[in-house]
Design a protein around this ligand. Sequence first.
Ligand code: SGN
Ligand code: CA
Length: 741
Amino acid sequence: MKPHKSFAALVVFAFVAQAATHKSAVADEPATTPPPNVLFIFSDDHATAAIGAYGSQVNQTPHLDRIAGEGLLFKNSFCANSICGPSRACILTGLHSHKNGFLRNGNRFDGSQFTFPKALQQVGYQTALLGKWHLGSNPTGFDYWEILPGQGHYYNPDFIQMDGTKRRDQGYVTDLITQKTLRWLKDQRNPDQPFFLMCQHKAPHRNWSPPIRHLDLFDNADIRVPATLMDDYTGRSSLLKENEMTIARHFSWAHDAKFRGENRFPKHFSGGYRNREYSRMTAEQKAQWDKHYEPINQAFIADMNAERLSDEDITRWKYQRYMKDYLGCVQAVDDSVGQLLEYLDESGLAENTIVIYSSDQGFYLGEHGWYDKRWMFEPSLKMPLMMRWPGKIKPGSVCHSLVQNIDYAPTFLDWAGAEIPASVQGESMASWIHDDALAPETWRDAIYYAYYENAASHNVPVHDGVRNDRYKLMFFPRTGEYNLFDLDADPDEMRSLDADPNYADILKQMRKLLVQQRDKYQVNPAIIPATRADEDWWAKRERQLRNNANRQRPRIAFIGDSITQSWENAGKEVWKNRFEALGAINLGISGDRTEHVLWRLTHRGLGKIQPDAVVLMIGTNNTGHRMQDPQQVAQGITAIVDELSSRLPKTKIVLSAIFPRGEGPSDIYRKNNDAINARIQHLAERENVIWMDPSKAFLQDDETLSRKIMPDLLHLSPQGYQIWADALEPVLEPLLTPTAS
Ligand code: SGN
Ligand code: CA
């Protein structure tokens, strides 16, 4: 437990004790302040640039601004991983993605782990969640919930009920979630318990479908265009150019641009005529929708047909369409906030209810030519965060300290007087956000960020980085590039300073900071499942191996990297003679590191196989590609053995030492591999693991490698495969169950 104990905590402890022992308060008991309720209003993809209190130049949000005006606005609030599910998982657990296991959308949240709602329940809170969830598994830790399936819909959406049934509601999603939230407050809440209520909007997520009442709101507006709309991505990582989230080139005809009928201009718009929201609307909704969009669309089509528009004009037109729709959605969120605040006032709950507004990440409103998020640039790294707590938080206060979504959980726990587990990585803000919202000296001076969604929609590469109050460093492992930004000199992040001699010292410091932050949060890439599906050949081979594993019933499976894959090349003859008849499958992929094998194992890579034995050799690329710390690689191999043990409980794992590499025993790659081997050998103490180390058989007397056996001092020759097979055979033989023939 960390030494957090706010005064609120003490008060709540008193309350819980009282609630537990005396159900009805007696008149002469000392009066205690009841613990605070929390109304946590949360939206999806709401950029700070579209909130009045943050200085929006594109819209007005009077109700959201009221929270800030009567409370506290965080100017430097960041997400840990700028994507939906991961951000939510960070919030629930107070952990970075690599610790809570939800790295990317599509993962399934492990709801059995620690989450703040569960802890709040334990100290007497009633908890409820209404709206978007998007974590795969059902919510845990909530007394009541009603959620959208996956992303949910804007119009006439379905909601999953606690009993698993789905119910379709008529209306607009933001309004419906607000109504459900109000209904819970009015009818379902237990007035004898403090509550933690999460109102989680879908809006303003893509495809930015506004409510009918706001369709015309921006008709006469010309929304201000950001200076970087036409960004050409020079001066930064080469990977920027590969993005697929531009308004210019990745904006779809019906889904984004709201055209009806066939795509008339496929050069400028992607996709076909399908708009899934439109198809859900009632005839009446459709009529009003068409009344708004059709005249504008027809005018655009006429301009296009008359060739009156340049490419840039077209992009600007799309930008206006995008922004007006997005802002219409935001307006409904602001309406929702207004209604909720009004109810708190009317009911008298306002006084002891903390109101929080935030969103899962920021969003690009045309900056860098983009919609969407993911990149560690400011517009999507920043999260809106504001809090109101009458009598406790000073109205109109502004916080400049660096806070992150992993701090939410510990703060909530602290407010409620619940214990903050030592494993939580975020820090409670509870003790310092009153008064002037000045964080103590000991507060963090940099945040760590990591994005893991490789080979996913919008093609944003895996990257991580650090940001302090002035500089930002991003690292792109695919290319090994570092990008450095001076946020004071270049707030739009248009030029990386990584090669600028004037910033050489800063670069050095920031690289050191990145290493420190990775250490602080125990980031070990060797154990974080990672796909290489952005490499076409890899994706193809991985798919092929998965298919093989679904069809074949092998008695032995070889799992590993190129040394395993090459049983198909240099090892072909030996394989044919020694393993084919035994029914063996090759699951090796060239260039894989431990994290890739972990990815494959956790993404159906084992198909339906249930072999007697798995031969596992992996890790030499963790050394070869990045000279990774042996301890970290050993953890990666251990994680693979764990995964194999739980997925194939009846299979014996023949864990192979990583083969020696390099000329002689003093080769640093060789030494690193030796050090890894020394750290994994003990796994054989497990009943299902057998250690085998054929190294000696490959080495000459002086421990050098012969090029006859390893021509490149890493991969085996046919003769090398012969040696490996000889070493394997006696180990494998007793493990194989006799075939019934
Ligand atoms: C959908 C969107 C994407 C968006 C992701 C993730 N496409 O797939 O544009 O990046 O959600 O968003 S859409 O065709 O369905 O509109 S997230 O907020 O859930 O992470
Ligand atoms: Ca989101």
